[in-house]
Design a protein around this ligand. Sequence first.
Ligand SMILES: *Cc1c(COP(=O)(O)O)cnc(C)c1O
Length: 508
Amino acid sequence: MTDAPTFTGNKALQIEEALSFEIGSYDQTGVDLPEPSGKTDRLGGLNRDREIGLPGLSEPETMRHFVRLSQKNYAIDMGPFPLGSCTMKHNPRLNEKIARLPGFGDLHPLAPESAVQGALELIDQLAFWLKELTGMPAVAMSPKAGAHGELCGMMAIKAALEARGEAETRTRVLAPESAHGTNPATAVQCGFTVENIPGDETGRVDLAALKEKLGDDVAGIMVTNPNTCGLFERDIRAIADAVHDAGGYFYCDGANFNAIAGKVRPGDLGVDAMHINLHKTFSTPHGGGGPGSGPTVLSEALAPFAPVPYVTFEDGKYKLIETRRAAKADDGESMGRLTAFHGQMGMFTRALSYMLSHGKDGVKQAAEDAVLNANYVLARLKKEMSPAFEGYCMHEALFDDRFLKDTGVETIDFAKAMIDEGYHPMTMYFPLVVHGAMLIEPTESESKRELDLFCDALLSLAKRAKAGEVEAFKAAPVQAPRRRLDETAAARKPVLRWIPKEPAEAAE
Ligand SMILES: *Cc1c(COP(=O)(O)O)cnc(C)c1O
């Protein structure tokens, strides 16, 4: 046999899959419905006079189409997903079972309070544990992603400044150079200007440089801890004190809470607001920009400005406080609503299931194991790869591209070669402060056997790069159906519309 293209375009069990529009036909549906009888037309002459133009497939064809599409994706249920900062941990099946209990899964967000006491109690319990784990007095449950939680926290800071009459003068927000892109984006969205805080040679915030930038025009700082270099900010208390002394607030990006949950309470570190990505630390699924959840804990100073709705417990009943008026406190007024309804109920159920099944000791052990696994990877890989900073890491191991120097192989080629080995690449070129960065976060859910195979694969790739196999790296991936994609063209000139081959016929 040769490696010529197959007749079908399939590569063994990797099946080529066209769009449903290309394989379906306009006159077919998967179900047989009787012609409706006795219908009264209430559309006042606005009836559609053309076919809707949706292609139909039989039920088995539909099934196959979507199953084949799903197989084109890499998933945490297929193999290790070492994307640093993203915390791609296992999503326990127990959580799925709990979320599908009809009393939770079939709720309508407009159901009357009296009919959903259990659901409100669940939101309240999850809120309780989030406050307990962070040592913070309040939490906004409605933000629907980490970035949305940042927006919530920064809007609370803005509201607090307005209440102090300083919103006009305090316009600068400081953020380290290594910050996740959502931090500066959020600050700008809230009308602040952003200024970089330089890092020191250990990969942490340069405290002296930070202090120099503080002043009475600073609204606050946004610092990630552990930071995006996978390191704990040792000066975090001093940072918080300096910002508070200057009259600003401390927003902590809590995306990396997985490394410290049960070990450190951000409230004890002087944090004023912090989002928690339930889809990272608390094992709820990450879904194509979909079901994220980013509850945001708030300090005493910011709590009065928390968004509505939130759950309270009065006279033996759970209640949703829905309006700003009802939420008004003596020392401030709620910022209002951030979303329709109260947040991602399905994610709340899963996160609480994760917490309760782990217990106090289990949550802590998960954090410890996440750090242990990352340090194991760091220790094994540093034989051939170059760690960006000295010493132990927290939950993720950061490498730079010094080990590829003079090989002609770049970070992107190395990552593409990992695809041929069956791995989703690690986070590449982030954080920006490290040249050719490769950020690996194994999480606690990987076994030693999986970690060893992963490390062996990367060590072998590093050796091949140093042995001069640059051509092979530039060609990678060779096993993936579409080989190497032109990512720049995909980003700059995305094809977002499907144009039918015979438009006239399709529209008739
Ligand atoms: C994931 C992440 C975010 C954003 O969270 P989303 O839930 O993806 O919006 C912000 N900061 C850091 C450090 C992150 O890792």
